[in-house]
Design a protein. Structure first.
Length: 359
């Protein structure tokens, strides 16, 4: 917990905008601060609302064996977890352990490569093939996260391979293709879990659009003062998360923060806001966060199945088959374009993203 001295210091007025700008202009992220041997967390990163209670309760996230021949039981487990927890883990998911390990190593190598090479990717221009920066919402969040990320949109139109970072491009392409395959399977199972025909979610495009985020949470000298990732829900339909062995992911379950310790070989799957919305609140998009840690760097890969802002006319609303007179639509329809634009502009401001669509 922050001691009184530090708290007083952070409450003192300072030119936050100038400090954010100065940090951003270094183009070398939190990793750059750590490489420079920083011993204290700069005040732009100090999180006064979330650092008080980091203790979490023990709870085991269901692990679902996708290699099981008992499809009905698999679908039932996925349904229960998606309705009640919003998160589950999968094993025997078809992505070889060697590919997972190589992917994590690739992300680590990207963030640890020579600063001048890394800097060339640093941008906030979302039209670029690789968007590397620290805190996508740096300028509009209450406190910055102890995290750097590089992002690429890998489907349906991946960037030309030569524009991807050389240190990890082959494995990034390989891993993304494997995640797309896994996504098709998960959306078939989730369609069944919702009582829909197996192709339903695929047919409306849930498994077509994929964003790849390679996160790095460098070792933090004062992990009690900041967060690796502030609490948030994911915007898209579904997230496939690969985490390394360090740990730090927590999910909110029954008002308690629960650790999701790394399970070797497993991937973490969670429901996003857009999925909660089209399921008319049957499936839950649940808040989660990443605590900062002294060991590190921790790396993870979050792959978001979401919806393309183009064509702008694609409309999403509660699935007709899931609403009835007894269960009327809880959300108004939105175009993918408006939804993505809104969700990108608001950042992690603590206001639920779906609120603006609630009927
Ligand atoms: O790094 C993690 O474990 C979680 C990342 C995450 O929540 C996200 O990218 O939305
Ligand atoms: Fe997330």
């Amino acid at each position: 917990m922050a001691n009184v001295e530090t708290t007083t210091l952070t409450l003192a007025p300072y030119d936050r905008a100038a400090e954010l700008k100065a940090f951003d202009l270094t183009k070398s992220g939190v990793q750059g601060l750590v490489e420079a041997g920083i011993q204290h967390v700069p005040r732009i990163f100090i999180n006064q609302s979330e650092t008080i209670q980091k203790a979490s309760t023990f709870f085991e996230l269901p692990v679902i064996d996708l290699g099981s021949t008992d499809r009905a039981s698999m679908v039932e487990k996925i349904r229960a977890a998606s309705e009640n927890i919003g998160f589950f883990q999968v094993v025997n998911h078809g992505i070889p352990l060697s590919v997972m390990n190589e992917m994590l190593q690739g992300v680590r190598s990207f963030h640890e490569q020579d600063v001048e090479t890394r800097k060339r990717f640093y941008t906030r221009d979302t039209s670029k093939a690789v968007i590397y920066n620290s805190n996508f919402d740096l300028y509009n969040s209450p406190s910055a996260n102890w995290r750097d990320t590089f992002l690429s949109f890998m489907a349906p139109s991946p960037p030309p391979p030569e524009e991807l970072p050389e240190v990890c491009r082959d494995i990034q392409i390989e891993y993304s293709n494997q995640v797309l395959k896994l996504g098709s399977l998960l959306f078939r199972l989730l369609s069944e879990a919702l009582g829909l025909k197996p192709n339903y979610l695929g047919d409306i495009g849930c498994d077509k659009w994929l964003a790849f985020l390679g996160h790095c949470y460098p070792a933090c000298p004062q992990p009690d003062l900041t967060m690796g990732g502030t609490k948030h829900t994911d915007a898209g339909f579904l997230t496939v998360l690969l985490q390394d062995e360090i740990g730090g992911l927590q999910i909110l379950h029954q008002n308690q923060w629960i650790d999701v310790p790394p399970t070797p070989g497993a991937l973490v799957i969670n429901i996003g806001d857009l999925f909660q919305m089209i399921s008319n609140d049957k499936l839950k998009s649940v808040e989660h966060r990443v605590v900062a840690n002294e060991r590190g760097p921790r790396v993870s890969v979050a792959c978001f199945f979401s919806s393309s802002p183009a064509p702008p006319t694609k409309v999403y609303g509660p699935i007709k088959e899931l609403v009835s007179d007894d269960n009327p639509p809880k959300y108004r329809e939105t175009t993918a374009h408006d939804y993505i634009r809104y969700s990108f502009s608001k950042g992690f401001d603590g206001v639920p993203r779906l609120l603006h669509l609630k009927l």
